[in-house]
Write a protein that binds this ligand. Sequence first.
Ligand SMILES: Cc1cc2nc3c(=O)[nH]c(=O)nc-3n(C[C@H](O)[C@H](O)[C@H](O)COP(=O)(O)OP(=O)(O)OC[C@H]3O[C@@H](n4cnc5c(N)ncnc54)[C@H](O)[C@@H]3O)c2cc1C
Length: 391
Amino acid sequence: MNRRHWLGAASAWAAAWPLAAQADAPPPADRLPFAEPPRPARMRVSADRIVDITVCTRPFRAQGPRIEAQRLHGKTVIHHYGHGGAGWSLSWGSATLGALPLIRRTGERRIAVIGCGAVGLTTARVAQRAGLRVRIYCRERPPAVASTFATGMWSPDSRVVTAEHATPAFNAMWERMARHSFRAWQDQLGLPGAPVEWRDGYVLSDLPFDQPLPAGQGGHGGPAEPDYPELLDLIPDLHPRSAPLSPAQHPFPVPHARRFTQMTFNIRPYQRLLMEDFFREGGEIVTRDFNDARDLAGLPERTIVNCTGYGARALFRDDTLIPVRGQIARLVPQPEVDYMVAWRGHNLMVVPRRDGLLVQAQGEHDFNNPDRSIDRAMSEAAVARLAALFA
Ligand SMILES: Cc1cc2nc3c(=O)[nH]c(=O)nc-3n(C[C@H](O)[C@H](O)[C@H](O)COP(=O)(O)OP(=O)(O)OC[C@H]3O[C@@H](n4cnc5c(N)ncnc54)[C@H](O)[C@@H]3O)c2cc1C
């Protein structure tokens, strides 16, 4: 198993653990991220503080996202789906470098986008910025879309392709999309509602970081989970360097820790921002549930961008789409908590967002699992593990 994927959206802590810096010795003082270790605020963690538990499935394809044009039922359908655990992170680059050139090739000035999740909304905005008129058709709109229930971290490599399919051509395109997206995210820092923020975090481990975890502690999504490529190695310059910490430099009762810095997305205000911008530029949203791809023939637009995420599996009978289940518990917001925690070997990650403390734990059978029912016991167990860090 690829060591970086013991947790679904684990890129943040993976970035904290570069290949060249696995030693656990604390760095010289001049290389510490802060002259004085900060005093992180205590997380208030107990099951009665869970205000919401959500489940959604990552639309994963072993081959990577499907971005291609097809003539279908008298229309040009531009497929743009299958972004796995990286849909938010890659949205700008994928829309601008993947979908937009295919849209432009049609010469159309009015287009339809099907889907109002991370990929559909961003594609619509990118098309508007290119001067096109856009109408979105969707079954659900935010906040009811699956994208709302993501963790909200910069994780452009998370379950986006398998190692087997990571060809040089794919890697080159992925790198361009990741770099373009990264730039676009930086442009959205400091806006009202803080849609994007940089956060510090702690990766904790009972074992030295260079020691493999015992079997069964990998936080794997199940025996079917494939190997993934080390894509983050293509963009090392986009991540501030992480640093190992001595026990005196962090407050947690674990022997090994590193501090890292990562970009996070406050998804709810960010979705609102995208929607407001979309409407302000004349966009329309029509609620519509397509049961069959033939229904597209009735749309007035001749170019249709298909951003239906996991919905493409049923609508376009695409069996290459694999659902990877993910469950997140949201605890009462604690604005004073401004750091992330990932506990290696305990299958636990916490992200502080404006709408709550997100506690993510991965089940043993998440890979190829379309079950969207809530397993409250799993979230309560994750919260109990987290509470042990603050006992
Ligand atoms: C637990 C979890 C955590 C995640 N964390 C992160 C993260 O931290 N960072 C990150 O970048 N990514 C993360 N992801 C991945 C990210 O959420 C997905 O890649 C992204 O949501 C995919 O967006 P989408 O727009 O393709 O799909 P969706 O959000 O599912 O949107 C699909 C749209 O299409 C519409 N639709 C579908 N079928 C039809 C139909 N037949 N007729 C009409 N409309 C239809 C839907 O109503 C919806 O509007 C996470 C995923 C999970 C499950």
